[in-house]
Design a protein around this ligand. Structure first.
Ligand code: 4AD
Ligand code: MG
Length: 433
């Protein structure tokens, strides 16, 4: 007879029944005639009690011999146990070794971060890392649901591209057959604009690359970005969407993944307050706040991490900073008709020191002005001819933004560093494992 195979997360359906579970040994304790095996199956942890009197000598010995991260199968009776993590326990009747694990390198003692990063492929098995990855998955689902439910079409831009999107200093370059250089995409935006003029409202969601020489806790060289792009949206419409989007994602994830956030000991008080409306201030007003707080900041510079923290601490909510000095921003941004020195861009700064999570703008839709910008930025116009066509054939006002997935994961999970937000982070000094 085959026994029903269960997963730890579903044990409430099996109370009083005998089940078989498969997984790995997370931890083990013994006390005389009893072995307490903590089983990990990817969906949770479960204490399995192997009592000498209930099992054969051989099974008891197998239980005794299991080492950390050995894979095994356990059969037993599911019991409710309020004090146990997860609320259940298993009274084991059988334990079978699947494969041994010899000298597992990550022990419960404290390891240095570099050691853990070198063993990232194993570190992912820890309770904390699994919680982060489940939250990451839920964030991605919430983002996709948001756009899918609002008439957006998913639009996949290329990753190998012939030109820069976000400035030429952070491009990864590779040889591309007889066609010269290709670059790993910094953003899907320019292609998304073609998509918006074809389909109305689109979003891209994929890996993007920046050869940043930054070693900060917010920078990856490979990260995932979600980028909506909408025809007939101006900057205000863009900000309305960004704020609705962030509220939806945060509120959904903190409700749906509460147990994982509890495992991370995340205090969600400020996340619960991420509700519309968010404060909207101009760049100039943000600079005033810095000056009032005694920061020696020069109008026209971009904000550093410390500046962003001061501005967002002032509000304790995500804050939207719009209308930036044009020199600080990319070539494609439209200028403010009331002041052509200002670009119609917006950065959304997250609270609690997480900094810029969204960058967006209204796009330049005038052909001649866009050509001028391409020249000013010394970009090779021949590679942008297709992009200029979008202004030659039925140009319309349009806007969009990009949200960095990993910065959002760090913020929601309350992590100190972006390296734990993605299974295998790529940073200036690390591309292994
Ligand atoms: O502000 P950025 O550079 O904007 C763009 O790429 C636009 N083309 C987006 C658009 O309008 N469609 O990047 C957008 C977001 C940032 O706010 C940040 O969250 C994230 O991408 N980001 C990074 N995340 C991790 N590591 C890096 N090196 C990042 N660079 C940007
Ligand atoms: Mg930006």
């Amino acid at each position: 007879m085959t026994k029903p195979q269960a997963y730890i997360k579903d044990l409430n359906e099996f109370v009083g029944k005998e089940v078989t579970l498969k997984g790995w040994l997370y931890n083990k304790r013994s006390s005389g005639k009893v072995k307490f095996l903590i089983l990990r199956d990817g969906t949770g942890l479960l204490q399995c009690i192997v009592f000498k009197g209930n099992v054969s000598e051989e099974v008891f010995e197998t239980a005794d011999s299991l080492a950390q991260e050995a894979s095994f199968e356990v059969t037993g009776l599911v019991k409710e146990e309020k004090r146990a993590p997860g609320g259940f326990e298993l009274d084991a009747t059988d334990v079978k070794l699947i494969a041994a694990s010899v000298d597992y390198p990550i022990s419960p003692k404290d390891h240095g971060i570099e050691f853990l990063m070198d063993h990232r492929h194993l570190w992912l098995r820890s309770k904390r890392q699994a919680a982060i990855l489940r939250i990451r998955h839920r964030i991605i689902k919430a983002m996709r649901d948001f756009f899918d439910d609002r008439g957006f079409t998913l639009f996949d831009p290329p990753i190998l591209t012939p030109n820069a999107c976000e400035g030429t200093s952070t491009l990864f370059e590779t040889e591309y057959f007889d066609l010269g250089s290709a670059f790993l995409t910094q953003s899907g935006q320019l292609y998304a604009e073609a998509g918006a003029l074809a389909l109305g409202k689109v979003y891209t969601f994929g890996p993007t690359f920046r050869a940043e020489k930054s070693k900060t806790r917010r920078h990856l060289t490979e990260f995932w970005m979600v980028e909506p792009e909408m025809a007939f949206f101006d900057l205000d419409d863009d900000m309305d969407l960004a704020e609705e989007f962030l509220e939806y994602v945060i509120q959904t994830v903190i409700t749906e993944r509460k147990s994982d956030l509890d495992d991370l000991e995340r205090d969600t008080t400020l996340l619960e307050q991420v509700k519309r409306p968010f404060p909207r201030i101009t760049y100039e007003e943000a600079v005033k706040i810095l000056h009032e707080k005694g920061v020696d900041f020069k109008y026209g510079d971009d904000f550093g991490a410390a500046d962003e923290t001061i501005i967002s601490d002032h509000f304790q909510k995500p804050v939207m900073v719009h209308r930036w000095p044009a020199e600080t921003k990319a070539f494609y941004m439209k200028r403010d008709e009331n002041n052509p020195n200002l670009a119609l861009g917006v950065d959304v700064l997250a609270p609690e020191g997480y900094g810029e999570v969204i960058g967006g703008s209204q796009r330049e839709d005038n052909l001649d002005l866009l050509i001028e910008r391409i020249k000013e930025h010394n970009l090779p116009q021949e590679y942008f001819e297709w992009y200029l066509d979008l202004r030659r054939y039925g140009s319309v006002p349009h806007s969009g933004f990009g949200l960095g997935l990993e910065r959002t994961v760090a913020w929601i999970c309350g992590l100190d560093h972006i390296r734990e937000t993605i299974p295998f982070p790529r940073m200036i000094y690390r591309n292994t494992p």
